[in-house]
Ligand binder design. Structure first.
Ligand code: ASP
Length: 343
């Protein structure tokens, strides 16, 4: 007889498990048992389900690298015993957390699926049940005794995406996420349609899972806008201890050509700051040198973020800095796709 797959549900908080506090009128997190009680359908799934919960479930606006380390630890401690993991998480920062976990879990060979919802599970029109039930089904998919998905994914509104390619694009629609630079990995309709060609290939050597919990948060993001002045730029570049700056540029990686602007960036790079060029467009890629307005960025050794999302760039920088990689190697490794986060 076929063995039932074992799935661990990790509840961190988010709208999915919230109730209205009638005193204040705001949504607040409630406990895991209550959440599970609202989905009797879970008993019908053909898998063994276990759950663990954050002691105090949080709104994901309160997420931070310490919580990421906690999620990573839960996965690490339960890795051999389980076939897959479903992380229930608020949608607001889900792309950040899921991207972070993709870097933290090196040699991952099992599914880790992040999901949540726009409406609480107790609401009549909730999107939570479909998101949760299908995430568990996807985490349970096996072929030849191996998990079909062997990477960190994000499931929302009928689609499983590669987590580190996603961005939250809508605060109201059930379709809250997009992955403009990578196609969905699984689509849910009458059948679960798996796009095998776009899934990450398992590492051939079956290396053991390596969990990196030490992230370095000396990272900042600067979004360019017409009118950005010298004082603002100087203040950001002068942040004490800053090690990496994600520069959200225009279009295909373009920036103003003012001498004060480019000289300030070059000066910071020469002092050891890693500056990463990421486009502020949600789709498409940086192409340094394509326009005159990005030529000097390339020649001053600004790091090419290619088609990475800002969420993945921030968490990749935190991860790489945390590995204490040498300054010399940082640029080369950043420009290499480590977990399928860039094309
Ligand atoms: N504020 C909520 C959170 O991110 C929104 C959600 O879950 O969709 O925790």
């Amino acid at each position: 007889m076929k063995r039932k797959t074992k799935i661990l549900l990790i509840y961190t908080g988010g709208t999915i498990g919230m109730v209205k506090d009638y005193r204040t009128g705001s949504l607040r997190a409630f406990n895991f048992e209550e959440l599970i009680k609202n989905i009797p359908e879970l008993d019908q799934l053909d898998c063994e389900l276990k759950g663990v919960s954050f002691k105090e479930p949080i709104d994901s606006s309160n997420m931070n690298p310490k919580y990421w380390a906690l999620i990573a630890t839960i996965i690490e401690d339960n890795y051999t015993e389980h076939d897959g993991f479903v992380v229930l998480h608020g949608s607001d920062t889900m792309s950040y957390s899921a991207s972070a976990l993709s870097f933290m879990l090196e040699n991952l060979a099992k599914p880790v699926i992040f999901t949540g919802s726009q409406l609480p599970i107790g609401d009549l029109r909730t999107d939570a049940k479909e998101n949760l039930i299908t995430s568990i089904e996807i985490a349970s998919l096996q072929e030849n005794g191996q998990p079909v998905v062997q990477e960190v994914g994000l499931y929302f509104e009928y689609k499983l995406y590669r987590a580190n390619r996603t961005t939250k694009i809508n605060a109201e629609h059930f379709k809250a996420f997009a992955s403009l630079n990578h196609p969905p990995l699984v689509e849910s309709g009458v059948y679960l349609k798996v796009d095998h060609a776009n899934l990450r290939e398992p590492s051939p050597k079956k290396k053991p899972l390596k969990v990196h919990k030490n992230l370095d948060d000396n990272v900042a993001v600067l979004k360019l806008f017409p009118g950005l002045n010298q004082q603002v730029l100087r203040s950001v570049l002068g942040i004490p201890g800053l090690k990496a700056l994600i520069l959200e540029t225009y279009g295909a990686g373009n920036a103003p050509m003012d001498k004060w602007f480019l000289d300030a960036l070059e000066d910071s790079i020469s002092k050891g700051l890693h500056i990463i060029n990421v486009t502020q467009c949600s789709g498409g890629s940086v192409a340094m040198g394509h326009y005159e307005t990005s030529k000097r960025l390339g020649s001053m050794q600004v790091i090419d973020g290619k088609d990475i999302t800002t969420e993945a760039a921030i968490t990749k920088a935190m991860y790489l800095l945390g590995t204490k990689i040498s300054d010399r190697l940082f640029k080369t490794v950043f420009e290499t796709s480590l977990r399928g986060e860039m094309s």
